[in-house]
Ligand binder design. Structure first.
Ligand SMILES: [Fe+2]
Length: 571
C-alpha cells in the first residue's frame, strides 16, 4: 500500500510510506529555494514518487494535513465537485449554517486555474482515497508513531494555531491516538512567543529560534511577570485559566509564504524598548516554559504516565525541551525533530498508515535522511561543466577531518538530504569546536547572521556522557543540555553563553561516513566533537543539490567544499 502525505500551507511538503516503510519525506522550500514556501508541493511529490519508482496512479491513499479543505488540492489532483464532496462531506451537507458558510467560502476560493500540461501528471486513479487528517492529529501522529514507545504515553501538540486549535493533548496507547483535550487560539502559547519575536523585527514562524538564542543573554527577573503576562494565556490544572483574546492577526503573502503579524505589536515593542530586547526574550522564554510545563505536568499526572511525545512548532524550542526533561514530570521524552508544519506531511501519512493497518508496534525514529541524493557521476559532470577545479579523494571523511584539524571551515555534502530544519551530517557546514573564534567567524563571514546565534556539536555517540549530563539518546539536535563544566573550555565554539548546548549524537550505524569523519578528527586532535551547522546562509533554506552547495560555497567564507568524493578548494 502506498500512502502519500501532503501539506500545502506554511512549510509545504510531501512524504511517502510504502508497505509501512518511510521511503521519502521532503519540504518544497528546498527545491524552489523559497523559505517556508506554502502552496503546492509539486517537486516534493514528484521526488517521493520517483524515489519509490512509482507514479501517482499507484497511490492508494492521499493523507492531507488539515480537516479543512485546501482548494489547491482540487487544482493539484484535478478533482470534480462530486469527488471533493465525498472527501469533505461537510461542504455538501447544507444542514447547518456553519457548513453553508464554509460551502460558500469554498465556492469563492474555488481556483479557476488548471495545471499546465507540463505538470499535469497528478491525475489520481478513481480508487485513490483522500483522507483529511486534522492539523494537530498529524502533528501528534508524527510524534507518537516515531517515538518507539511500547506503553501508554502522553502526546502533546502545540503551535501558533492550526485548524483553529493551538494545543492538543492525546493519549497514545496500543497504536491509537485518543484526544483528551484541546485548546483554541485563545490558549496559544506559540502566538505569544511569535508576538515577542515580531517585536524584535523577526518573521513569525521563522525567527523564534533567534528569540530563544537571545534569551540566554537576558535576565527573566529584570521586570515583573505581569507586564508581559497581560499578552498571553495562562493555564492551571489543565484548564485555560486566563484565555488571551488575540487582537486581529494580520497576514501578508510574499512568494507563496504567509507572514503573520499582530495588531498588539506596538504595545509589545514598548515593553521591549523599556526593558531591552535580551530581557523581554528571556521573560518570554521563561513564561513559555512555565505555562507549558504546568500544562504537561497536569496531564501526565492525570493520565498516570511518565512518558511524553511532542510535536508542533513550539517544540522546536530546544530550551523548552531541556526544561521539560529537567522538570521531573516525565522520565522518557521524544520530540519529533521536524516539529513545525514542515513535518505534517509525514505525520498525516503515519496517522493513516497506523489507523488503517491497526499496527500496534511503534518503531523508534533512527534517522531523517529521507531526501534527494546525487551520484559521483552527477557531481563530477556539474564540476566539469562549470570548469571548477576539483580533486577526487579516496577517503572524504578523513580528508574532511584533516582540513578541520588545520582550522578550515568546510562544506560537507553527502548522501540523502535531511528532513527537517537540522543539518545532521549530510548538508552541513563544519568547523573545529575548540576554536572559540569560529562562532564569530561563521556568524559574520559564512552565514551572515546575528552575533548571538549559537552553534551545535555533533559528537560520537560513544563519548556523549563525557560531555553532557544526560543518558538520553539525542540524535536530532532537538533538546539542549548542560555541558559538563570541565568540558566547556575544550569545545567553546559549541557552548552557548548559558553553558548549554544542543547536541547530535552520531551512531555509526546511522551515518557511517559522518561517524568516521568525527572519529578521524578525534584521532588527529583528541576531540570527538565537530561544530555542525546547517549548509545555508541566513534567510535561505538549507541546500539540496550540488549546484546549491557550489553557490553557497563561492558566496561565503567556507574554505573547502566536499561533495561526495570531490574536494573543491578556494586556494
Ligand atoms: Fe502546526
Amino acid at each position: 500500500m502506498n500512502i502519500l502525505g501532503i501539506h500545502t500551507t506554511h512549510d509545504a511538503g510531501a512524504a511517502l510510506i510504502s508497505d509501512g516503510k518511510i521511503i521519502a519525506a521532503v519540504n518544497e522550500e528546498r527545491f524552489n529555494r523559497i523559505k517556508h514556501y506554502g502552496f503546492l508541493p509539486i517537486n516534493s511529490i514528484d521526488y517521493c514518487l520517483k524515489k519509490a519508482g512509482i507514479g501517482i496512479e499507484d497511490i492508494d491513499i492521499i493523507a492531507t494535513s488539515s480537516s479543512v479543505l485546501d482548494p489547491s488540492l482540487k487544482l493539484l489532483f484535478n478533482l470534480s465537485d462530486r469527488e471533493i464532496s465525498k472527501v469533505y462531506p461537510a461542504f455538501s451537507q447544507l444542514g447547518n449554517l456553519k457548513a453553508r458558510i464554509k460551502s460558500n467560502i469554498y465556492k469563492y476560493l474555488e481556483p479557476r486555474e488548471v495545471l499546465p500540461d507540463y505538470i499535469s501528471s497528478f491525475k489520481i486513479k478513481d480508487s485513490t482515497k483522500i483522507l483529511p487528517t486534522d492539523h494537530h492529529l498529524a502533528h501528534a501522529a508524527s510524534a507518537y508513531y516515531t517515538s518507539g514507545f511500547k506503553e501508554k504515553c502522553l502526546v502533546v501538540s502545540a503551535d501558533g494555531v492550526g485548524d483553529n486549535i493551538s494545543i492538543a493533548i492525546y493519549r497514545g496507547e496500543n497504536g491509537k491516538l485518543t484526544l483528551l483535550k484541546n485548546y483554541g487560539i485563545e490558549g496559544s502559547l506559540g502566538l505569544f512567543y511569535g508576538m515577542v519575536t515580531e517585536s524584535m523585527g523577526w518573521w513569525v514562524g521563522d525567527g523564534e529560534p533567534k528569540t530563544m538564542g537571545l534569551a540566554a543573554y537576558g535576565d527573566p527577573n529584570s521586570f515583573p511577570d505581569f507586564i508581559l503576562k497581560s499578552f498571553m494565556p495562562e493555564y492551571e490544572n489543565g484548564t485555560l485559566k486566563k484565555p488571551y483574546n488575540y487582537a486581529k492577526i494580520n497576514r501578508f503573502k510574499l512568494f507563496d509564504c504567509y507572514h503573520f503579524h499582530f495588531s498588539e505589536l506596538s504595545s509589545i515593542k514598548r515593553i521591549k524598548d523599556t526593558y531591552g530586547d535580551k530581557n523581554i526574550a528571556a521573560k518570554a522564554q521563561y513564561l513559555l516554559e512555565k505555562e507549558m510545563i504546568e500544562l504537561i505536568g497536569y496531564w501526565a499526572k492525570k493520565e498516570g504516565v511518565r512518558r511524553l511525545a511532542t510535536s508542533g512548532g513550539v517544540f522546536l524550542n530546544v530550551k523548552l525541551n531541556q526544561k521539560i526533561v529537567e522538570a521531573n514530570i516525565i522520565d522518557e521524552y521524544h520530540v519529533f525533530p521536524n516539529a513545525g508544519d514542515g513535518g505534517l506531511a509525514l505525520g498525516a501519512a503515519l496517522y493513516q498508515q497506523f489507523n488503517i493497518c491497526g499496527e500496534k508496534n511503534i518503531p523508534k525514529l533512527e534517522h531523517l535522511f529521507l531526501g534527494p541524493e546525487f551520484s559521483n557521476y552527477e557531481v563530477e559532470s556539474i564540476l566539469k561543466g562549470r570548469n571548477i577545479p576539483y580533486e577526487k579523494v579516496d577517503d572524504a571523511a578523513l580528508m574532511a577531518a584533516k582540513l578541520l584539524a588545520q582550522g578550515r571551515i568546510i562544506g560537507w555534502f553527502q548522501g540523502r538530504m535531511e528532513y527537517g530544519p537540522r543539518a545532521l551530517g549530510n548538508r552541513s557546514i563544519l568547523a573545529d569546536p575548540r576554536k572559540k573564534e569560529n562562532t564569530n567567524i561563521i556568524n559574520e563571514k559564512v552565514k551572515f547572521r546575528e552575533w548571538f546565534r549559537p552553534f551545535c556539536p555533533s559528537l560520537l555517540y560513544e563519548v556523549a556522557e563525557d560531555y553532557f549530563h544526560t543518558q538520553r539518546e539525542e540524535f536530532f539536535m532537538i533538546t539542549a543540555y548542560s555541558v559538563r563544566k570541565e568540558k566547556v573550555n575544550q569545545i567553546p565554539a559549541v557552548v552557548h553563553v548559558d553553558g548549554t548546548s544542543r547536541p547530535q549524537l552520531v551512531k555509526r550505524q546511522h551515518n557511517e561516513k559522518f561517524w568516521r569523519l568525527i572519529k578521524s578528527f578525534q584521532d588527529l586532535t583528541g576531540t570527538a566533537v565537530v561544530l555542525n551547522t546547517s549548509f545555508n546562509i541566513k534567510g535561505e533554506p538549507m541546500i539540496l543539490s550540488p549546484r546549491d552547495a557550489l553557490k553557497c560555497f563561492f558566496d561565503t567564507g567556507i574554505d573547502n567544499l566536499i561533495i561526495n568524493d570531490f574536494l573543491i578548494s578556494k586556494d
